[in-house]
Write a protein that binds this ligand. Structure first.
Ligand code: BYC
Length: 334
């Protein structure tokens, strides 16, 4: 379960001498930072790599609604509930833009959904952890959306036009999500001792999984070299992870919270925070389907897909009826 079945053929970088004329021209366009558009010629491995990454990203947005959905009915005020609902709705929208961007590469949304539901496609490891208290809504917004922004801002400049353009809007909305999460953390940290301890507990549980979101260390990242050559990836996993640590540690200090890493310290010579060892075994276990909530998340998606079948059928029947009408009747009806 949960193994990537998409063979992209992009785990080694093709050298210029091994490229044919079309591939050389393609690489030259990438190097000149010209965007690649759906109708442009592209190597098969570039297409497959994008389908892999964009669909994983889309699935993450959709599965990412589930941990937060757990708290909609228990939000502490009407205002917090309205904000959380709006955020979750935004994630559905992000999934939609991303599935649409993947479809421009010649794959159907049905195929992508099937790969997720069959456990063949990945989604972000972070969404396989449980949301145990209201403070987790703060920690997710602050840390998970914070990590998402750091990862996705560079994607606004990636080489594939539809993906880059989708990311511009996604990043604007993620920025609002991150602020709402930090606002929840601030409210808890300014509250009672019990509220502050909920915030600390949430940070303790979400800190390391948030750092894992950026993917394996550079030395173990099989896709990075070719994705960097194609300008799908503009920064390495470790570079972005470092950015996350550097940005978040002062925010935790402002909140009066302690990052759960005894080895964390600022290094004057590099100007960066040095952080402790990440438990990569835990990360790989989550990827294999053995995280705390993997089975629950997939079961919830399968149920939702099954329960929504009547609605999809109704939409398809309506579209077919509409298409069968002569165009003058269609215009009068609309
Ligand atoms: N979780 O060679 P690597 C969000 C896989 S949405 C699971 O470095 P790559 C949000 C990787 O797929 C967050 N799997 O891969 C939503 C690869 O396996 P395959 C999602 C992971 O692609 C709602 C293998 O490990 N964001 O933030 O070069 C609410 C080796 O890795 C993970 C995106 O998808 C992981 N964390 O780099 C709130 C952004 N990390 O496919 C927030 C777009 C790695 O070869 N994606 N793997 O079998 C990317 O930027 C890149 O795909 C990654 C990984 C940096 C994630």
């Amino acid at each position: 379960m949960y193994a990537q079945m998409v063979e992209t053929g992009a785990t080694t970088v093709k050298s210029v001498t091994d490229m044919d004329e079309a591939e050389k021209n393609f690489q030259a366009r990438i190097d000149r930072e010209i965007k690649i558009e759906p109708r442009d010629w592209m190597p098969d491995a570039y297409r497959k790599t994008l389908i892999r990454q964009i669909s994983q990203h889309a699935h993450s947005e959709i599965v990412g609604q589930l941990p937060e959905g757990n708290w909609v009915t228990r939000a502490p005020s009407l205002q917090r509930k309205a904000i959380l609902l709006a955020k979750i709705q935004d994630e559905a929208g992000h999934g939609l833009y991303l599935y649409a961007a993947a479809e421009t590469l010649g794959v159907s949304r049905d195929e992508l959904t099937e790969a997720l539901l069959d456990g063949k496609a990945k989604y972000s490891s972070i969404f396989n952890y449980p949301t145990l208290s209201w403070a987790d809504m703060g920690a997710i917004g602050w840390l998970v959306d914070g990590a998402a922004i750091i990862n996705q801002i560079p994607l606004c400049r990636c080489s594939y036009g539809p993906y880059a353009r989708a990311m511009v809007r996604v990043c604007k909305e993620e920025s609002f999500h991150q602020r709402q999460g930090f606002d929840i953390m601030m409210a808890l940290c300014r509250g009672s001792a019990a509220q502050k301890s909920l915030a600390q507990d949430a940070l303790n549980r979400w800190w390391w999984p948030s750092l894992m979101m950026f993917g394996p260390p550079d030395g173990e990242s099989v896709n990075s070299a070719q994705s960097a050559a194609w300008r799908i990836k503009l920064f390495s996993n470790d570079e972005l992870r470092q950015r996350m640590v550097d940005q978040t540690v002062p925010q935790a200090e402002y909140l009066g919270l302690t990052i759960p890493d005894p080895d964390l310290h600022f290094d004057d010579s590099s100007g960066h925070y040095v952080y402790g060892k990440i438990d990569w075994e835990e990360f790989y276990q989550v990827l294999k389907g053995n995280g705390p909530c993997n089975r629950e998340r997939l079961a919830a998606r399968r149920t939702a897909h099954h329960d929504g079948a009547w609605f999809r059928d109704a939409l398809a029947a309506h579209a077919a009826k509409h298409a069968a009408q002569p165009s003058d009747q269609r215009n009068a009806a609309s």
